[in-house]
Write a protein of this length. Structure first.
Length: 304
């Protein structure tokens, strides 16, 4: 039994007229009648009752019609699914996020829009340190990593910069700088402060970037402590151990213990938010995500 036999049978059952059914199917009436008879012979039952020029379903035909429709519907659904999978509209994608990348509002907005645009793509989420996420990316345990880290040490990984985010100064709430009425601060005003730096093993180089900027401002920053994650640095700031320079989206952390100050326009510093992916990834779901991310970022930046 072939699928076309089921389609022929359903078409005749719906029309109760062989000629009209043949016209709907785009074939001649005699071949259609012959195929229906072959189907009846294969099944060993009479599917239609033929009376002169009339044709109607037999009791057995009525039972078979429901099953035939269900089979054809399943085949159509399977066809649509495999075509959607082949076009990257169905499947799965694994996304990794650093804690600081998750704190930026654009990140959950992008994931939400992607899920709404491609509801048949299963999205798996993982959070971790940037270095660990890049390793997972290399080992194909995840497909895309949201991070602020450079991927230069990894030849198989490339990145797409989504945006540049202003950095702010995190200051202990009881620190004299926290009491200053002026909301903006020059970088040179921090020459006597103790900095809490953060940098992971093989990390993004933010520490080196900050030191270089301080050198340009005429001083060498004093290091109070080095930690591996931004949130760790902010917890130390909240404890009064020093100040830290962090992405603006992190200023919701420890709001009762930290005052966040912006830089004077002459001292503005930025840090990128990027998505990293394997250079030769063949997954169409990854291509769908990258295409949407590029378009979404442009629209998001216009509205914010």
């Amino acid at each position: 039994m072939e699928l076309r036999h089921l389609r022929y049978f359903v078409a005749v059952a719906q029309e109760e007229h062989m000629t009209r059914a043949a016209a709907n199917l785009g074939i001649k009436q005699p071949p259609l009648s012959h195929q229906i008879k072959l189907l009846e012979q294969e099944l060993g039952v009479q599917l239609f009752i033929r009376e002169s020029r009339l044709i109607r379903l037999s009791p057995a035909g009525k039972v078979f019609l429901g099953d035939a429709r269900e089979i054809l519907a399943s085949v159509d659904k399977a066809t649509q699914r495999i075509q959607g999978f082949n076009m990257g509209e169905e499947g799965s994608i694994r996304l990794g996020f650093t804690s600081s990348a998750l704190m930026h509002q654009m990140t959950p907005d992008l994931v939400r829009v992607f899920r709404e645009t491609y509801p048949l793509i299963a999205v798996e989420i993982e959070e971790g340190a940037a270095h660990d996420l890049i390793n997972d990316l290399e080992q194909e345990r995840i497909d895309i990593a949201f991070s602020r880290s450079s991927v230069k040490p990894y030849p198989s990984i490339i990145s797409m910069e989504l945006l540049k985010e202003d950095m702010v100064i995190a200051i202990p709430v009881n620190h004299p700088l926290a009491q200053v009425q002026n909301e903006t601060i020059h970088l040179k005003d921090l020459r006597d402060e103790h900095f809490i730096f953060y940098q992971q093993v093989n990390g993004s180089g933010i520490k080196e970037f900050l030191i270089e900027e301080c050198t340009k401002a005429g001083f060498e920053p004093k290091s109070a402590q080095l930690v591996y994650r931004i949130i760790g640095a902010l917890n130390l700031v909240a404890s009064g151990l020093g100040i830290a320079i962090v992405p603006k989206s992190m200023q919701g952390i420890q709001p009762n213990s930290i005052v966040y100050k912006t830089f004077h326009p002459n001292s503005v510093m930025t840090v990128p938010l990027s998505i990293a992916y394997r250079n030769h990834s063949s997954k169409l779901t990854v291509k769908r995500f990258l295409d949407l991310a590029s378009e979404f970022t442009t629209q998001w930046l216009k509205s914010h």
